[in-house]
Design a protein around this ligand. Structure first.
Ligand SMILES: NC(=O)c1ccc[n+]([C@@H]2O[C@H](COP(=O)([O-])OP(=O)(O)OC[C@H]3O[C@@H](n4cnc5c(N)ncnc54)[C@H](O)[C@@H]3O)[C@@H](O)[C@H]2O)c1
Length: 596
């Protein structure tokens, strides 16, 4: 028989603590909720009330259940109130000395059999445990933010944590309706070890004006299906907490430069810009604690579809290429009402592309998403050609030929000779420097990257890449075209991986390194990212879908361009590719797909 937890204590009622109190009280467990001072206690009480009131308003909690929940919570200032609880969870700020002091005090106050748990994100549970006389009863119970919503709990055992304590805590997590992964005591555990390098990198992009906060966040939401962008997530976590986590991970986790907090973070924390909890971080909120973003001086002006910033009018578009991307892009432009000239390397190829576009449009009709008349009109707007000369009078060219620099450069040199002045020339490259392509022409100011995602008709994001030679008018034109296509165009600089791949692939590579180090299993890592961070797929699921060879190639490019040691491809990824395990397409990658 495992141990019964009828009363638990929670120390610190900030961003996490208040949510943890709610989780326990919702599940019928009495809670003693402790803070350092009366005002802090009131703030914690208000947070709990706000959260449960919102749940009632949304119909997720009955009023009577809310009232019963509140009756289960006893608020107190000071740790002495915890003398008879069965378990304590500490959720005070992320400082080792503070946590050690609190654990020494808890050890004195609590009954000898009480389990003492920390919600730390990055500190050593072992180091916290040795501040007590019962390290075998000390454990990490790492909830995710917001605690009442996120399903995952990381249970962290140290080398001395008693196995029955681990088992009892696992059973408790199940009672709370959570999914737990049990792991050893390592900086950042699973989820934060994979998350914080990415978050810090995103802050670095923002700090260096590589892209705006809105564009960085939109890119990751729309390009990867994440529930929120990295900067909005930093605001939710709290910039002071995020700073401490990064700093600890840097010092504990092998001094990986990617965890050295970007200088801007420290400045924001010092300036009191802590994120949602202080009402301002990367974004500005209605009031402290509110999730509602309000416009501020950095908010872009809404253009309501009008041609902003000297954007040029585009009516006729040339698309060069006959592959998956070109086919999708032709469809997207034709459906949005543009005249499209498709150019391939021969009429046979054109016929194939034409068939593919028809098939895709027909699917839209069958699914009731496209009227037959609209399908016919879209097809009627496309002309098929095998010579670039037909691009003499288009307003925009989108190149989507093979990913080889020499081929693209030769093509752009020809376009330069054929196209009229003022035309915007766009490349869909996902890995080559756009400036190389631009310099193959005499008009680099008119050259941009338009990085569509696959499948182009479905994916809502386009990265608009501006080189150091691209004119503001060409950038504005590209962005306006994306809006007219019903897509979100995010503008970024001309660096390897643009926004999405530069932020996504190092994270995937880190997951492979974690697996390689035998810290956890592919299943647990996938679980952690899905249930702890709300990702639509875990890293290994995604790697198998994208293809391990493609992922390795992108990671190599990033490593070569940015020379960041932490970006070096994981040896395991290289070995799997060498072995021909490329993911779903070869029926075997990180997982065996032969029976599915
Ligand atoms: N913010 C997140 O997204 C997140 C997620 C998971 C885990 N964590 C971890 O949870 C812990 C708390 O982080 P947070 O973001 O909730 O911090 P926070 O700053 O929002 O809240 C900390 C609270 O602790 C209180 N406190 C300080 N000293 C105290 C004391 N001596 N006794 C009682 N209460 C005291 C403060 O008054 C404050 O209300 C940290 O270890 C953090 O790493 C945070």
């Amino acid at each position: 028989m495992g141990r019964e937890f009828s009363t638990v204590g929670v120390v610190g009622l900030g961003t996490m603590g208040a949510g943890i109190v709610e989780v326990f009280a919702r599940n019928g467990i009495d809670v003693v909720a402790v803070e350092i001072s009366a005002p802090a206690l009131e703030r914690g009480r208000a947070t709990l009330k706000g959260s449960t009131d919102r749940a009632v308003a949304k119909g997720k909690l009955a009023e009577a259940d809310r009232d019963a929940l509140h009756e289960r919570v006893h608020f107190a200032v000071g740790l002495d109130a915890l003398h008879s609880v069965d378990l304590v969870i500490e959720a005070v700020p992320e400082h080792l000395d503070l946590k050690q002091r609190i654990f020494a005090e808890l050890d004195r106050v609590c009954r000898p059999e009480t389990i003492l748990a920390t919600n730390t994100s990055s500190l050593s549970v072992t180091e916290i445990s040795v501040a007590t006389s019962r390290p075998n009863q000390v454990i990490g119970i790492h909830f995710f933010n917001p605690a009442p919503v996120m399903k995952l709990v990381e249970v962290v055992r140290t080398v001395v944590t008693a196995p029955e304590v681990v088992a009892d805590v696992e059973a408790l997590c199940a009672r709370l309706g959570k999914v737990d992964v049990t792991i050893n005591d390592r900086a950042g555990f699973i989820a934060n070890a994979l998350l914080f390098g990415y978050l810090n990198h995103a802050v670095g992009m923002f700090e260096s004006h590589y892209a705006t906060r809105e564009d960085i966040d939109a890119a990751m939401k729309l390009g990867c299906g994440l529930p929120m962008g990295p900067l909005a997530l930093m605001d939710l976590i709290g910039l002071d907490t995020a700073y401490e986590i990064l700093d600890t991970m840097y010092r504990r986790g092998g001094r990986d430069r990617r965890h050295a907090p970007v200088p801007l973070l420290k400045q924001m924390v010092t300036a009191g810009l802590l994120g949602r909890k202080s009402g301002r971080g990367f974004y500005t909120y209605e009031r402290p604690g509110s999730p509602v973003v309000v416009p501020d001086e950095a908010t872009p002006l809404a253009t309501d579809g009008a041609l902003a910033d000297g954007a040029r009018a585009i009516a006729k578009v040339g698309v060069v290429g006959s592959g998956t991307m070109a086919t999708g892009i032709i469809e997207v432009f034709a459906k949005a009402g543009y005249e499209v000239v498709s150019v391939t390397r021969g009429m046979e190829k054109s016929a194939k592309v034409c068939e593919a576009v028809k098939t895709s449009l027909n699917k839209g009709v069958v699914r009731g998403k496209l009227a037959e008349a609209d399908r016919d009109a879209a097809l009627g707007r496309i002309s098929w050609s095998a010579t670039l000369d037909h691009l003499a009078d288009v307003d925009l060219v989108v190149e989507a030929v093979v990913e080889e620099l020499s081929v693209k450069k030769a093509l752009f040199a020809s376009l330069d000779e054929i196209c009229k002045p003022g035309v915007v020339l766009a490349t869909t490259t996902s890995s080559l420097p756009v400036i190389d392509v631009a310099m193959a022409t005499q008009r680099p100011a008119d050259v941009v990257g338009l990085h569509f995602f696959n499948p182009a008709p479905v994916m809502p994001l386009v990265e608009v890449v501006r080189t150091i030679r691209t004119s503001p008018e060409a950038t504005a034109t590209a962005r306006a075209v994306c809006a007219a296509l019903g897509k979100t165009g995010v503008v970024c600089g001309d660096r390897s991986g643009f926004i999405v791949n530069a932020l996504l692939f190092p994270y995937l590579n880190d997951a492979v390194k974690m697996l390689e180090a035998s810290y956890s299993t592919a299943d647990d890592i996938d679980h952690a990212m899905k249930l702890g961070c709300g990702y639509p797929m875990g890293p290994f699921e995604l790697l198998d879908v994208v293809g391990l060879d493609v992922s390795l190639a992108i990671q190599r490019e990033l490593y070569l361009e940015l020379r960041e040691p932490g970006f070096a491809p994981a040896p395991l990824l290289e070995h799997l590719v060498t072995a021909g395990y490329l993911g779903r397409k070869t029926r075997r990658g990180f997982r065996d797909h032969s029976h599915r």
